[in-house]
Ligand binder design. Sequence first.
Ligand code: PLP
Ligand code: CA
Length: 304
Amino acid sequence: FGFKGCQKIRGPQIRNLLEAKDFFLFDCDGVIWHGEKAISGATAVVNSLIRRGKNVFFVTNNCTRPRENYVLKFSRLGFNGVILEQIFSSSYCSALYLRDVVKVRGQVFVIGCDGLRRELLQAAIPCVEEADDPGATIYDCPLAANVKAVLVGHDDKMTFLKLAKASCYLRDPECLFLATDNDPWHPLSGGRILPGSGSLTAALEVASGRKATVIGKPSRFMFECISSQFSGVDPAQCLMVGDRLEVDMLFGSNCGLDTMLTLTGVSQIEEAQEYRNSELTSNHSFVPDYVVDTIADFLPAFEE
Ligand code: PLP
Ligand code: CA
């Protein structure tokens, strides 16, 4: 062997790891829930970590809801007392990026769901009003003045006209091109998939000849949001738990965190081993330090 990473851990090793870390970053879908259903044991794990005084954060690329909806979802699914401040979503972090990093002066053209627009509104970021006349085409619809950024996220009402308008705004080199996240697709039940934000961003990248700046995982920005809002967040004291190698493990490795893959979501252990055994060293950033079948494997560590 001689390869590092991908260590399947159990029992006492999990207990030691949980004791050693002070900050736990959990991806949401595929780790603590599947859509509207909590993963078995996840509520007990999260509740126990919080009760033990660990700092728990949620880092989700799902940009379709504002954070207050997540607070309600956590409580509905049985997670006790999760508060707004623990939730870092790609929509919230996009709003912070526009407000605090680029300090956008002007309007933002948004491809995305209402939840994304609501998050921007709360940060006082002005968005172009979408009042499309259903008969309008790109030949005759007006373009807004003073558009300083195009932000693309998951949009279940994506249209050709939105793509066309966004491509026109991006002709202006001063207009920023941002994406909430770059996730390619998401699993649904019954073997179906949902195309992700990344699929829409890719279309606009081709049409504009530009590359989007990604705000969500695997970019470091979400971690910067956490460490700017909480003091003493030392990467060496953090564990990032996720289900997707190219998103969550890369995020953890970009931020210098120990990473754990849980097998209740998208990625399989065989894919992680392939990355580990790869001669291309850049592939090693996708390799988790630790692997568990499910975060329910943490539960015995909380027993006396
Ligand atoms: N974006 C959308 C639209 C989703 O439906 C999902 C998962 O269901 C995600 C992103 C991924 O979320 P997470 O980062 O919590 O896995
Ligand atoms: Ca996930």
